[in-house]
Every structure is written in C-alpha cells, then in structure tokens.
Unconditional design. Structure first.
Lengths: 366, 156
C-alpha cells in the first residue's frame, strides 16, 4: 500500500491561477471594483460584516470580490483577517434609542410616537423583475420630507412604562466573549446573543420559522424593527474620557411575545431581541425569535424538546464558518484513514466469505 | 460610564471630545480632502505610529439590559508630538493611516494657537458636511413616514 504524503504543488498553483482567471471572467466585460460592490451590493456587504463579525464595509466588499460572490467564503476571509488585528478596547454599549432611523416600524402599535418610517424597503414591491435595471438603472432621486428633530423612542419603552412587559436584567459590564474564551454551556444570555449576532442567517431563519410553525411556539409580534446609524463610544485611557470612534449601521428587532403570569406575578408580555450589523432585518427578526425561544428556562416555560429551545444545538451549529470548516474538511485527502477502513472491510468480507463457505460445506455433509 | 458623567466633562475636554469624535466619524475622503487643503505640515515626532486594530462593539440585551458583544469594528490610532511638546492623538474608524495621522496632528494643533483658524477652516466645514449628509438622509426617511387614514364606513 502506497500513501502519497507530498506532491501536488504544481497542480495546486495551476488551480489557483485558473481560479484567478475565472474570477475575472470574460475580459470583454469590465472588471467589478470594490467600491461598486460596497455601494451597489450593500446588503451582501452587510451580511459579510455581520457574520464575519467585523464592521468594515471596504474589507467586506473586497472579500466578496475575492470569493467570487460566495458569501460563506467571504465571511471566512473576514474572520481570518480579524484574527490578525490587535483589540484596542471594548465599546460602551451602543444607545440604540438614539439611532438616526432610516427605517422604524412597529407591528403592534399603529400610531406610535415617532411614526412608522418605511425606509428603503423591499416590502410592498411586487417582486416582479425590473428589466429597466438590465439596461441602465439610471439615477433616481428619492423624495424628501420634513424630518422631526430629536430621538425616536423605543416602542417597547411605552409598554415598559405601564409595567406590561418583562424588564431586562442588568449584567456584567464586561460581557463574556466567545472569540476569547471557548464557549461554555450552559451559556448566559449575553453569550447567546453574541453567538446569534454572528450566526448564519439561513440557519437562524429556519429555526425562527420552526418556532412559528409550532416547535416551541412563542407568539411573537414585531414590537419594533429599526435600522439606522448609531455612534460607537469608546473610553480612551490616554485621554481620560470617551470619544465617539465611529458610526455604524445596525438593525434592531424587539419582539413582544406571549405573556406569562402567576399567582404572585401579574400577567405581562415577554421579549426577544435581535441586533445585527448593517441593514439586515430578516436576520434581526430571526435572532429575536430564537433568543426568545432559548429563554424558556429563565421564563419558567416547559422544555418542549424543540430545536430552537436547545441551547447546545443552536449555539453549536449556528456558526457557518465552524460548520463549513468541519463539513468541507471531509473532501480533503483522507487516504490513510480510508486505506485502513478499506483493509478492515476487506478482512470482514474475507471472514464472512470463509464462514459462509464452511456453512455450505457443513450443509453438504449433512 | 453613564450619560450623566459624560455630560459633566469640563469644557476643554468636552471640546476635545467633540473634535476627536467628528474626525473619527468623518468619511476618509471628505476628511483628507479638507485636511490637505489646510497645508498644515507641522514638524512632529511619532510617539506611536499608525496601527490598525479593532474595538469590540457592545449592545444591550433588549436595548436596555445586560451588555453583550455584538462584533468588532476596525479602528486606526496613532500619537504625535509637535516640536513644542504638544501631544495629539488620532483615533479614527477604518484602516486609513493617513486619516489617523491627520486626526492626531489636528488634535495637537487644536490645543495651541492655531485652534481658532483650524476650527474655522477645517472642523466647522467638516462638521457641516457630515450634518448635511445626515440631514438629507433624515429627510428621505421622513418622506417614507406612513400617514394612516381611516376608511369611512358607508353605513348611515
């Protein structure tokens, strides 16, 4: 038995050269710039930032170009790059109630203070292909209205004021960080939220959908969905005070869920929370539903054995880079492993055949 | 740090916080175009050359509860010292070393005699550009605000 342990360098180099050529594609078509990807495929850029867990639109756009549009490959590139950077600090928690909202809707209150702001949404489009875009998109100028000054208050703060919704618990000022310490289960809510915020959109969407279909149903309403810019404030030790280090776009979803109550506690609503880098409302809503399902124990609900309630299942499988790393490694050379299995199967077959041969011989003798 | 404590910064620190925050958030191109137009080339030494790293951005569960780690963002920082001894810090969003250098130099110069001129020709126009971009976005958002009306029921 011969097992190759070296070789293939020339084949690999040539494969990568061809990858580069295929990435560029037909030279009659002009090359895509990183700026074009950043500005015109911005939702793809947002997804790579969210799941790559690094807010840098230029890097995310570059990763998408390099990965030929393969989102998980692009996310992988960002995760790998992130590990090369020193961590300067942790920020103050962002104040989403001070968000400059591009979009802000509530499915629970029609006349909510601050209004229902649709923003640049796909909602209410007819999902018909627009063949004008296949030619030249042209410039469209969005109409402008009268902006109201001041912050847009959180919708749930109105329920909060009446005591109708469960209060959020406070926690450690420095939350646990799964990029620094291996995740330990059971996880607390801050650790779960970090894991979900960088988790795979498709996986969380399916889990969230499963709760809506009846697997640990928790009757979610979108209390509020808001998208917009918030400043990130960081304490700078050499200055002795905090400065705003940047503006980031985030999507926040707060759900209002089925109420609980007992003999000692009056009935009140519960809540789920989603917060994601960029404009990413499908992911934010999914995150809020899964967050809520994972809170069953804290809220004194029954474990119905549903996937979305199973912290080990959700947190161990929501990271698409971990998942793809393990999944795809099985295509890489396993020659030695397989040779040993091959030998074993051959031996078992020989034994069985020999055994069967003996039985036949015995039968013939009888 | 609570909001109240932040509001209690002495005026000099509050002003410094304002200009550092403005430069940190300004788009690279806008900031560098305006900076280059200043022709500010003070001689200085590096106390810390530009380096790119990250800040872990935190959120709060439910917007109001326990802090959690949302994900990181890229940040570039550097520190300069002018020949007169003044130290300037540059902390900016993104990976531009040039922008961090400009921010550090401006921070140092804003602590000296050039402050007023730099405020007028650099920081104020930069601030106005950012405010105009923000205001335009807010007006577009306002145009998508829903006006509900109740359908009149035809029963009388």
């Amino acid at each position: 038995m011969y097992v190759a342990v070296k070789g293939g360098e020339r084949a690999i180099d040539n494969a990568h050269a061809w990858l580069g050529e295929e990435r560029r594609g037909d030279h009659d078509v002009s090359e895509l710039s990183v700026a074009q990807i950043r500005k015109q495929l911005s939702l793809a850029v947002n997804r790579v930032m969210a799941e790559g867990s690094l807010y840098d639109p230029d890097l995310a756009a570059l990763a998408i170009k390099q990965a030929r549009g393969d989102m998980i490959e692009a996310i992988f590139l960002i995760r790998a790059y992130r590990t090369t950077l020193p961590r300067f600090a942790g920020s103050e928690p962002i104040a989403t109630e001070k968000m400059a909202c591009d979009r802000r809707i509530s499915a629970t209150f029609k006349d909510v203070p601050g209004g229902q702001i649709l923003g640049p949404t796909f909602d209410y489009t007819h999902r018909l292909l627009d063949f004008k875009l296949a030619a030249e998109g042209g410039l469209t100028d969005a109409p402008e209205g009268d902006a109201q000054p001041g912050d847009v208050p959180h919708v749930l703060s109105f329920l909060d004021g009446e005591g109708l919704i469960q209060q959020e618990k406070q926690g450690a000022e420095t939350p646990p960080d799964l990029t620094r310490e291996p995740m330990e289960l059971p996880a607390n809510r801050p650790l779960r939220l970090q894991s979900l915020a960088r988790g795979d959109e498709g996986f969380l969407l399916s889990l969230a959908y499963s709760t809506q279909r009846g697997y640990a149903r928790n009757h979610a309403f979108v209390g509020e969905l808001r998208i917009g810019d918030v400043p990130v404030e960081v304490d700078i030790p050499e200055l002795g005070f905090a400065i705003e280090i940047g503006d980031i776009t985030v999507t926040e979803c707060e759900t209002v869920n089925q109420f609980t109550g007992s003999k000692t506690e009056p009935a009140h609503f519960t809540r789920g929370y989603g917060l994601v880098f960029g404009m990413s409302e499908r992911k934010a809503i999914s995150m809020a539903l899964v967050d809520r399902a994972l809170r069953w124990e804290e809220l004194g609900e029954d474990n119905l054995g549903a996937a979305a309630q199973d912290e080990e299942f959700v947190l161990s499988h929501c990271d698409n880079i971990q998942a793809t790393g393990f999944l795809e490694h099985i295509k890489l050379p396993h020659y030695v492993d397989f040779q040993s299995e091959l030998e074993l199967v051959r031996k078992l077959r020989r034994d069985t055949m020999a055994g069967a041969g003996n039985t036949h011989a015995q039968e013939a003798a009888e | 740090m609570t909001m109240d404590m932040r509001n209690e910064l002495p005026p000099a620190q509050a002003a410094r916080k304002a200009w550092l925050s403005l430069m940190a958030k300004a788009p690279d191109s806008a900031m560098l175009a305006l900076w280059d137009a200043q022709n500010c080339t003070p001689s200085f030494t590096w106390l810390r050359r530009p380096e790119t790293g990250t800040v872990m951005v935190r959120g709060r569960a439910g917007g109001t509860g326990a802090p959690f780690n949302l994900g990181e963002m890229t940040v570039t920082r550097c520190t300069v010292q002018l020949d007169n001894g003044t130290v300037g810090h540059g902390y900016v969003q993104g990976r531009s070393h040039d922008k961090a250098r400009a921010a550090a130099l401006a921070d140092a110069m804003m602590q000296g005699d050039a402050a007023e001129a730099l405020q007028t020709s650099f920081l104020t126009p930069l601030s106005e550009q950012l405010a105009a971009t923000k205001a335009k976005r807010a007006r577009k958002a306002a145009a998508t605000k829903v006006d509900f009306f109740t359908m009149v029921r035809g029963e009388d």
